[in-house]
Design a binder for this molecule. Structure first.
Ligand code: HEC
Length: 564
């Protein structure tokens, strides 16, 4: 459904302020405990469906079941795969305890003092659109906005259970647990279940407890400095240089970007890439977020180190590219130099859910693409050059020349096999699947015409367009947010050589996969990460790191001889 045909409510309604969770009284705690224990017993799913659909429960006002309606809350078609029974109970009784990142509430204060809350739908230079708790789309002119904050309270009311008896609530929960994806191997690249290796891999903290990080998102080995790594902290926007040698550990501040980049729940500095010639030209690159004229954008910047490369040289960054977004969601986040020496950038579809603007397929937008630029040369009017063989270099006004491949939703992490030079992209999925793609120049990887192997929407399907399927996709029961990793080329664990290692941010599962001609050959679960894995890294010898979002960087210790 297009946003433009949604009901526009132009009059601004003053909504009551949020009630913070901690203000709840003792009684509520007891009632919640009673409903929780009631719903822990088996219920009647058929009756629960009626509860879900009833006007009394109100669930359908804010939630769709796979029919692609734009509503304030997430689609619940496969919630039984995504959450276990306890998590489902908690999402209804304590909605703010864990908020779906794409459906967080935003509170807008207008210049004349009105407060409007809702889930952000889109944002442009002129307008911002929210879906409020009545399911209506509210359009607000940006020049009337005084302040905009992401709220820590869910738009989903915390007292919905009150209209339900304990047994109705039990039936409702039973029904939600039955909402699962169909089983069966529909596609060779989407196995139903995964074998485990005979001996699971383990992890070991790279650093002392006292040297943990604040929301680290990236670790990169420093060129030419064995045992020295750069660690990027998302929220503080600081970059640390960490040196770990036997018996000695040093953590030094390398750069502080807090005066250039914004911060937020998921906003901040996301990634760092050293120039292939860093040892000579001292240059490195960052992907971080800004908000300018009230528009949220990821930007790509260049910085330099001091002459002896011991620290960032200070001063302002040189900005190369800014990618304006309609919302604060799905911003890609990656940048890395490819084997060809060009800088590759992952740009997300820009949100909101389901890519209603069709950015992934729109060649006139940078959103939903892998971009590629040449930072060593400059085309007229640009701080970089377009590589000669970029597919749309000469497309004139019909496509942007920076595009290298397209049809992505949220290509959060990508890498190349250092031996075969093949590229692997972990693309975070919509409602149903997480996927690993292996894009090549000029290819369309499907979103939002396809979600993984399955058709998603025909709205932006162009005639004659061909699509490249992922190598592997996995369902909600295995995880909800893929973290792309690396092909192992280290020397410590020969049986893993050539296998692509990746993980899921929520389920914390780690997999090792092999492919041939971009078709899945083998995939195994090889372990679990103690913290949510948000990135992988490679040391100077090809051994792997995993970045735990709660603060620990781990070495991944692959056990050898586990493949029979
Ligand atoms: C006023 C709108 C609204 C109503 C009514 C509502 N929800 Fe929600 N719901 C939301 C929003 C917004 C979110 C996402 C924010 C969050 O995670 O709390 C959400 C999240 C959820 C989630 C977690 C989904 C996920 O993928 O993380 C579940 C489960 C859920 N709701 C179930 C229900 C049920 C069952 C009902 C009816 C009893 C209901 N909701 C009624 C707005 C609503």
């Amino acid at each position: 459904m297009r946003l433009t045909i949604l009901l526009l409510v132009l009059s601004l309604i003053k909504l009551p302020a949020f009630t913070p969770l901690h203000a709840q009284d003792e009684d509520r705690q007891q009632i919640v405990a009673r409903y929780t224990s009631a719903a822990n017993e088996p219920g009647d799913a058929t009756k629960g469906k009626l509860v879900f659909e009833s006007e009394k429960s109100n669930c359908k006002k804010c939630h769709s079941l796979g029919n692609k309606e734009v509503k304030a809350g997430p689609d619940l078609l496969v919630i039984g795969d995504k959450f276990d029974r306890n998590q489902i109970i908690q999402s209804v009784l304590e909605p703010s305890a864990r908020i779906h990142p794409d459906h967080a509430s935003h509170a807008i204060t207008t210049v004349d003092g009105k407060i409007i809350t809702g889930v952000l739908q889109s944002q442009s230079l002129e307008f911002l659109e929210l879906i409020n708790d009545k399911g209506e789309t509210v359009k607000i002119a940006t020049d009337t906005i005084d302040e905009q904050i992401r709220s820590s309270t869910s738009l989903m009311p915390a007292d919905l259970y009150k209209v339900l008896s304990e047994s109705q609530f039990r039936d409702l929960v039973e029904y939600l647990t039955t909402l699962k994806q169909k089983e069966g191997i529909a596609y060779p690249g989407m196995p139903d279940s995964f074998k485990k290796v005979t001996k699971l891999a383990s992890v070991e903290a790279l650093h002392d407890e006292g040297n943990r990080f604040d929301h680290p998102v990236c670790i990169i080995a420093k060129p030419g400095s064995q045992n020295t790594y750069m660690v990027v902290e998302q929220k503080t926007r600081r970059i640390y240089q960490l040196t770990v040698t036997p018996g000695e550990e040093k953590k030094e501040l390398w750069a502080d970007l807090s005066h250039e980049a914004i911060t937020g729940t998921y906003e901040g500095v996301l990634c760092l890439a050293f120039h292939p010639d860093f040892l000579k030209n001292r240059k490195y690159y960052l992907n971080y977020h800004v908000r300018e004229n009230d528009v949220f954008s990821p930007v790509i910047v260049e910085r330099t180190a001091v002459a002896d490369l011991s620290i960032d040289s200070g001063g302002a960054s040189r900005r190369l590219l800014k990618i304006e977004q309609p919302t604060v969601l799905h911003w890609g986040g990656m940048l890395a130099f490819g084997p060809d020496g060009y800088l590759y950038i992952g740009a997300g579809d820009g949100g909101p859910q389901e890519d209603p603007l069709g950015n992934g397929q729109n060649l006139k937008r940078h959103l939903g693409k892998i971009l590629r630029i040449d930072v060593d040369h400059q085309d007229h009017g640009k701080p970089y050059a377009i590589p000669r063989d970029n597919p749309f270099r000469n497309a004139g006004s019909s496509a942007l020349p920076e595009i290298w491949a397209y049809g992505f939703r949220m290509p959060w992490r990508f890498s190349w096999d250092s031996k075969t030079k093949e590229m692997y992209v972990g693309d975070i999925g919509q409602n149903l699947y997480e996927e690993i793609n292996m894009p090549r120049l000029g290819e369309n990887h499907g979103w939002n015409v396809y979600e993984a192997f399955t058709p998603f929407s025909k709205q932006y399907l162009r005639e004659g367009e061909t699509f490249t399927a992922p190598v592997i996709a996995y369902r909600r029961k295995h995880g909800v947010s893929v973290t792309g990793g690396y092909v192992y080329r280290g020397s410590r664990s020969p049986s893993y050589v050539g296998k692509y290692i990746f993980a899921d941010f929520e389920s914390k599962t780690i997999w090792a996969m092999t492919q041939k001609d971009r078709k899945l050959v083998d995939i195994r679960i090889i372990g679990k990460v103690p913290e949510k894995p948000c990135s992988f890294g490679v040391d100077h010898d090809g051994e792997l790191f995993i970045v735990g979002y709660q603060g620990t960087i781990y070495r991944l210790l692959l056990d050898d001889s586990v493949y029979e």
